[in-house]
Write a protein that binds this ligand. Structure first.
Ligand code: URP
Ligand code: ZN
Ligand code: ZN
Length: 471
């Protein structure tokens, strides 16, 4: 049976209009006024907004780190995403194995049976040689049209500048996107050693040993390498005002550079790391200052930053204490691993389910973003940049029927009990939100109906992505 979404206000990245949506199979087949409902399953969206399902291009599911693993796997993280209105995610594959294809197969074996929404992959390139450069050709064949490189995490994930230059050259030849984690790994390592030697072990030292200027110069370094290789560059998890300046500078020079920020960098600062439970806010790169929050807000509202993602990489605050998840008690070691030593605190935060409701309440409702900008930043732009548009991120005939029916009047006291992440805390505990997804469809099937979960592991499809697009 076909489905009709009736009487909703459709919000796209460029307009809002009242219309009905006919869904046949997995696709939107028709959009129009007063569509005939006889014989159809009708979803009444009177008084509601109808948004494209969100696209979160930066998540880390089931990621081994610091002797533990990010606590959301490809089922629990994607379920949480769906409850927050997000129907597609892109996860990162670590480069642990050789050849590159073996990493893809291993990650796919973990993800496919569990996936609850549609998903794609980026490939981390953290070791480079001639063989790896040749093997990168396999990536676009597999629909992986972006690679991530790091200028930090020395001895673990970092590539040297000359290696990043070579990755960019190959990426340019293949037409794929280079994503960059921009911090100064050498300075960070020196400052960490000094802090530890001086007995400075508390969480705020995580931020103090990762100076903002390292991110700023690293973005410029990335842009210089992109300029010299004519590569397309995307700066991930921007957290510093100066990065926005550098991105605007690079774009003003005609470079093919884009960037994302994440909600945590818009709302929190280094001061949050000083709380008694400060380890909850530990992620890399770290929280900064109010001036940085403000400049990042300006960046997303002006369009110099194209995407809001989450860098969802949750850990329990107290992984010794099990929590109930779908009727079972589950404990996964987390932030307590670094009690008394900030360098041992797993880096990362929950966020995939928070992104859209929090940004709606504190972006749209405060007038910082229009509804169209909200859709652009959370749905359409990420789909366009990462080769998923118009299948994803759009409400158009022929697009996948991934839809979030949004209740703009719904008020929610948010927090860990509402968010569906598999962790024991939420950064937005007790925040009052207004505007929340009520019904979420994935390729025409209702997977979230109010508080009810109708999704299933394995229902999410792997997204073979097209080549990236410059915005
Ligand atoms: O702290 C974070 N963000 N962990 C995930 C790894 C990364 O660099 O994105
Ligand atoms: Zn990163
Ligand atoms: Zn990340």
């Amino acid at each position: 049976m076909a489905t009709i979404i009736k009487n909703g206000l459709i919000i796209t990245d460029s307009e809002s209009y009242q219309a009905d949506i006919l869904i046949e199979g997995e696709k939107i087949s028709l959009i129009g006024k007063d569509l005939n409902t006889s014989g159809q399953h009708v979803i009444d969206a009177t008084g509601k907004y109808v948004l494209p399902g969100g696209v979160d291009v930066h998540v880390h599911l089931d990621l081994p780190m610091f002797g533990t693993v990010s606590s959301d796997d490809h089922y629990t993280g994607m379920k949480a995403a769906a409850f927050g209105g997000t129907t597609s995610v892109i996860d990162f594959i670590p480069q642990d194995l050789s050849p590159l294809r073996a990493n893809i197969e291993a990650w796919q074996a973990k993800a496919a049976p569990k996936a609850a929404v549609d998903y794609g992959f980026h490939m981390n390139i953290t070791r480079l040689n001639e063989q790896v450069k040749k093997e990168m050709a396999v990536l676009p064949e597999e629909g992986i049209t972006s690679v991530k490189v790091f200028t930090a995490y020395n001895g673990r994930l970092r590539l040297q500048d000359g290696e990043i230059f070579q990755v960019m050259r190959v990426a340019r030849e293949l037409g794929i996107l280079t994503m960059m984690h921009a911090e100064n790994g050498d300075v960070i390592d020196l400052l960490i050693a000094e802090a530890l030697a001086q007995g400075k072990h508390s969480p705020e030292w995580h931020a103090r040993t990762r100076p903002s200027w390292g991110a700023v110069e690293s973005v410029l370094r990335g842009e210089a390498l992109a300029a010299q290789t004519d590569a397309m560059l995307y700066i991930v998890h921007m957290n510093v005002a100066g990065e926005v300046d550098q991105l605007e500078y690079g774009r003003s020079k005609g470079l093919h550079v884009m960037g994302e920020t994440c909600p945590q960098y818009l709302f929190f600062t280094e001061e949050d790391l000083k709380r008694p439970d400060g380890s909850k806010w530990i992620c890399s790169p770290p929280m900064r200052a109010i001036e940085d929050n403000q400049r990042l807000w300006e960046g997303i509202s002006k369009g110099s930053i194209q995407v809001v993602s989450t860098d969802h990489c949750p850990f329990y605050f107290n992984g010794a204490q099990p929590i109930e998840y779908e009727g079972k008690m589950v404990a996964i070691p987390g932030k307590e691993l670094g009690k008394g030593d900030f360098t041992q605190i797993p880096n990362g935060l929950p966020g995939v389910g928070d992104r859209m409701p929090v940004m709606w309440s504190y972006g749209v409702n405060t007038g910082k973003l229009s509804m169209q900008q909200f859709v652009a930043l959370h749905c359409t732009n990420p789909a366009k940049v990462f080769g998923l548009y118009p299948r994803k991120g759009a409400i158009l005939p022929g697009s996948d029927a991934d839809i979030a029916i949004w209740d703009p009047q719904k008020e929610v006291r948010y927090g860990v009990k509402v968010a569906q992440h598999r962790t024991d805390y939420n950064l937005y505990e007790d925040w009052m939100l207004k505007g929340f997804p009520e019904t979420v469809l994935l390729r025409g099937e209702v997977i979230v109906n109010g508080k009810e979960w109708l999704g299933k592991p394995g229902k999410g499809q792997y997204l073979k992505r097209s080549l990236p697009k410059m915005l």
